[in-house]
Design a protein around this ligand. Structure first.
Ligand code: N2P
Length: 346
């Protein structure tokens, strides 16, 4: 009798363990590693509710931060959000998983201008999320000069009044452009010239912020910013005193995509998420929270005229024609990091 009871108890425990294991396996998951302030929480919550997939999100503030974590084997991510030059690098290094396009029929909503780009021909590995530009925001209550260019921003008179993106590749590109050098021509000679420019410019910067540079402008801590277009668009909506300027020297046109690291476990859920956010109504919600240059033409049709006319979100075709995308520059990236870091501590 005693033996029997023990057996019964044991088998009940074993059964419970089995049920537990089965349940644990049944929970579908998705681990997202994306830029901060780019995918609204309600979009993620709605996706989780609709699909029953448990979503976890981690944020980064630069491509380089994301690459460092991926490279160090930190985290186990199913979706990342690299910019054009980083998609190019990850494809070359065979670190991305080819997409199952049949699982992403909503790709049809993307404007063909943003498909089949040189960093990922045929979109084998990446789905455009948002594009955008880097530009200048001026608080016209505080700055009376007519700011037209990076060189106008970085004048001694503006010392302590500037917020800038905390992003070495961006910062070096502003200096290169001010010397008439294309952003991808990063020879030693050109970087030396950029370094000369930045040794004057960097001491003028008060705040570095890639997550939310709008904050320092909104609270009056600074008067001028060199910021992402979406941040500029929010400021323009917030207060008429803010003016958006596309730098006369030219600037970066970034194309940020969603992609699946080769090591992803939940890749089918990643594709489900891609297809979900490509629905016009969902993509519209993303645009409303983070007003970047939305490549989803069906979503753009749903925006108000005012939203479409925001010059920081949607640059004109003429403005875009003067912008450049970044290319994968391999090891030169760390040379740039070193230059900018060393100037910041001086
Ligand atoms: C969103 C960041 C924009 C990404 N917060 C620029 N590539």
């Amino acid at each position: 009798m005693k033996t029997k009871t023990t057996q019964t108890i044991l088998s009940a425990a074993a059964a419970a363990a089995l049920v537990f294991t089965a349940t644990a396996h049944a929970v579908e998951k998705l681990n997202i590693y994306c830029w901060s302030e780019y995918i609204p929480q309600d979009v993620i919550d709605d996706f989780a509710k609709e699909t029953g997939i448990k979503v976890s999100v981690e944020n980064y503030a630069s491509n380089e931060e994301m690459l460092a974590k991926l490279g160090a084997g930190g985290g186990s991510f199913d979706i990342i959000q690299p910019s054009e030059y980083v998609v190019e690098a990850l494809v070359n290094e065979k670190l991305l998983r080819p997409l199952d396009k049949k699982a992403i029929p909503n790709l049809k909503n993307i404007d063909s201008k943003f498909l089949n780009m040189s960093f990922d021909p045929g979109n084998k590995y990446s789905v455009p999320f948002m594009a955008g530009t880097v530009g200048i925001v001026v608080n016209t209550d505080l700055v009376k000069e007519d700011i037209k260019s990076f060189s106008d921003v970085f004048k001694p008179a503006n010392k302590g009044k500037i917020v800038a993106l905390d992003d070495a590749r961006e910062i070096i590109s502003w200096a290169l452009l001010s010397k008439g050098i294309p952003v991808n021509d990063v020879s030693d000679k050109n970087l030396e010239k950029a370094k000369g420019v930045l040794s004057d410019w960097i001491p003028l910067i008060k705040v570095y912020d890639s997550d939310s540079p709008k904050t320092a402008l909104l609270n009056g801590d600074v008067a001028i910013g060199v910021v992402w277009g979406g941040e500029g668009a929010i400021l323009l909506n917030e207060n008429k005193k803010f003016r958006w300027v596309i730098p006369a020297e030219g600037t970066h046109l970034f194309i940020d995509s969603l992609a699946i690291p080769k090591t992803a476990k939940n890749f089918a859920n990643a594709e489900k998420f891609m297809n979900y956010i490509l629905q016009p109504e969902v993509s519209k919600k993303i645009s409303e929270a983070f007003p970047y240059l939305n490549p989803n033409m069906e979503a753009v049709k749903l925006l108000t005229e005012e939203q479409r006319n925001n010059s920081a979100s949607f640059p004109t075709a003429k403005e875009i024609s003067k912008m450049e995308t970044f290319k994968d520059i391999g090891e030169r990236g760390s040379v740039i990091e070193e230059i900018v870091t060393s100037l910041k501590v001086e």
